[in-house]
Design a protein around this ligand. Structure first.
Ligand code: PIR
Ligand code: CA
Length: 316
């Protein structure tokens, strides 16, 4: 039985690959996509999510737009990495399916509550604004969700600041709410995602598929690589967000460590840091609901992504 997942995202080149992995892999069933202001403004990332699904032939997947702004702070976009459109460098088809009318936050609650308890996995790959509001509006979802597998945070090194990762730093109050609920959380942070580099070899495997979709993915990765080269100390771009989807598909693809994680809200230098307490030996599963992902099976990961792009490309 495939796992039902909802991706809450801000596409974003790597969010786009996360969507393609979910669409093209039979172990997950993408029941809907919700969007949040992050890498770019809400209207841009919402359009991008719809266009990516269109390109993947996934016209049956509903998209609902959520929050445009963080709960407390002023939003920041990542135009230096994702461009003015949020998904620069690629031509995508116009979406044919209309945007869902319901707000993402109430749609998320309804989608979770309408299904079997513990059947829906939430996969947030942007700031946690929608998820935080959903849990405040309907705390009963905490027990109903199977698990939260999110891309965000970092134990050892940040990207938005020396110690904070962009998704958490953008809306730290929302992250604080989400990390302080009792649901199981797997934090797929930069410690893990900086191992998922889209090398020339990986891109050549995607290009060899020769589909319209594979060409578009290569266009995206070319832009992402250039952006990372000019902005960061990376020769190849880390493709963060599909790592969270990959964990849902096959948890064995990464090693994880259970530990308490809380979010810094008042630091002079550290706001948005995911403070992971690694002092004690690993706690038992029933004593700690949060775990952090540390090591990725890089080859297995790219096999999974390349294969999903082939599957989706054959269908579209
Ligand atoms: C990636 C992101 C934001 C800023 C940079 N520099 C790089 C986006 C990605 O979409 C991913 O979800 C997360 N935020 C990585 O920090
Ligand atoms: Ca993202």
């Amino acid at each position: 039985m495939p796992k039902d997942i909802i991706i809450d995202c801000d596409p974003g080149h790597d969010d786009a690959v996360a969507l393609l992995l979910a669409v093209g892999n039979p172990a997950v069933n993408l029941i809907g996509v919700t969007t949040v202001g992050g890498n770019q403004s809400l209207d841009k990332v919402t359009y991008n999510a719809r266009a990516v699904l269109e390109a993947a032939g996934a016209r049956d997947v509903p998209v609902h737009a959520g929050c445009a702004r963080p709960l407390v702070r002023t939003g920041q976009v990542a135009a230096a990495i994702h461009g003015e459109s949020g998904l620069d460098g690629v031509d995508l088809p116009r979406p044919t399916r209309p945007l869902g009318e319901q707000h993402a936050v109430t749609w998320l609650i309804d989608a979770i509550m309408a299904r079997e308890p513990k059947s829906v996995t939430l996969v947030p790959t942007g700031p946690l604004t929608n998820i935080a509001l959903a849990v405040r509006l309907a705390p009963e979802i905490v027990d109903r969700v199977r698990e939260v597998v999110l891309m965000g945070g970092a134990v050892h090194t940040g990207n938005s600041s020396p110690v904070a990762e962009f998704n958490i730093k953008t809306d730290p109050e929302a992250a604080h709410i989400v990390f302080n609920e009792a649901w199981p959380i797997t934090m797929v942070g930069l410690d893990l995602t900086h191992q998922a580099l889209c090398t020339a070899e990986v891109e050549a495997r995607i290009a060899a598929q020769g589909t319209a979709l594979s060409r578009r993915v290569c266009d995206m990765m070319d832009f992402f690589r250039q952006a990372y080269r000019s902005n960061r100390v990376f020769a190849d771009p880390p493709v963060h967000d599909p790592c969270a989807v990959a964990y849902v598909i096959d948890p064995g693809i990464m090693t994880t460590r259970r530990c308490p994680v809380d979010i810094e809200l008042a630091g002079a230098l550290t706001t948005g840091m995911t403070v992971a307490d690694l002092r004690a030996p690993e706690p038992a599963a029933d004593a700690c609901a949060t775990q952090v992902a540390l090591r990725l099976d890089v080859d297995a990961f790219w096999d999974m992504v390349v294969d999903a792009i082939a599957q989706a490309g054959a269908r579209s």
